[in-house]
Design a binder for this molecule. Structure first.
Ligand SMILES: N[C@@H](CCC[C@H](N)C(=O)O)C(=O)O
Length: 276
């Protein structure tokens, strides 16, 4: 069986997107891992299916490259939002996800703003395995007792994030620490691991070791979580540019609505056909 797809990225975070509005798409974990392999498959950070919805313009299903199905994906919401707005000749679409409904709007040529909704800040919502103040949690990362790994912030944007405040962002440190924390017992559903270097009150340099995908060029929900975590600690304003490996995302945590808005680029790389 074959399925056409569109290969896209949002600030370098890349996706294979399948239209499942007319025909169901339900790959198995092994199939997803094979498709996601960058040597022998199409290669992607996440696999995305656009499905019908009774309550929104579409439902977006997300699988990480390791085959795990997850709640949401911020950069993919911008890409899917772009595809739907192009197809519908509209400037606004509502996209439902397992992490909750979101709204995408045009923000210029190949730029989309997604309203990611409210951050979830209670320990039970991240979730954590025990009660803690999510502005700064106690976390022992294996044998590493580096002070820069102390008291990170914890935030859910529909998916779980922990954010370290550090200027240590080399590949070795991010990969070594991120892979240790991703499956730490404090995070019963696993966690995306952000390393946020606050450059000034409206600028953050961020790298993310993603749950189920590893070090990616960008993580949209990770950028939202980083802004919320740094603002909660008084390190930044509620709006900042988050500089990621693949570009820049503008994150605005609205004080009136408590919603987090993420704006950034979308790129269509190519089309193809999956043999699945
Ligand atoms: N890259 C995505 C996040 C995708 C899912 C994440 N790895 C998870 O497991 O929660 C984004 O742009 O938010």
């Amino acid at each position: 069986m074959t399925r056409p797809f569109v290969k896209m990225n949002g600030a370098g975070n890349d996706f294979v997107v399948v239209n499942a509005l007319e025909q169901p798409f339900a790959p198995g974990e092994d199939q997803i891992r094979a498709l996601g392999d960058r040597q022998t498959g199409e290669g992607f950070d996440q696999l995305i299916a656009i499905e019908p919805s009774d309550t929104a313009d579409a439902f977006m299903r997300v699988w990480n490259a390791d085959g795990s199905m997850v709640e949401t994906c911020g950069n993919a919401l911008r890409c899917v939002g772009w595809l739907l707005m192009q197809a519908n000749a509209s400037d606004r679409v509502v996209i439902d996800t397992a992490g909750g409904p979101t709204t995408a709007t045009r923000a210029g040529d190949h730029r989309v703003t997604v309203d990611m909704g409210k951050p979830r800040l209670d320990w039970t919502q991240v979730p954590l395995a025990e009660e803690m103040d999510t502005r700064g949690i106690e976390l022992q990362v294996g044998p590493i007792d580096a002070p820069i790994l102390h008291t990170p912030g914890a935030v859910s944007m529909g998916n779980p994030h922990v954010v370290f405040f550090t200027d240590r962002q080399d590949d070795g440190f991010v990969t070594g620490s991120g892979s240790l924390v991703e499956h730490h017992p404090l995070f019963p559903q696993g966690v995306n691991v952000g390393f946020a270097n606050v450059l000034d009150r409206d600028h953050i340099r961020l790298r993310v070791w993603e749950r189920g995908a590893g070090l990616t060029k960008a993580c949209g929900t990770g950028a939202c979580a980083a802004l919320v975590a740094t603002a909660r600690r008084g390190l930044t304003e509620r709006k900042a540019t988050v500089v990621v490996d693949g570009g820049e995302l503008v994150i605005d945590w609205d004080a009136q609505t408590d919603h987090v808005l993420m704006t950034g680029p979308v790129e269509i790389e190519r089309t193809g056909v999956l043999s699945i």
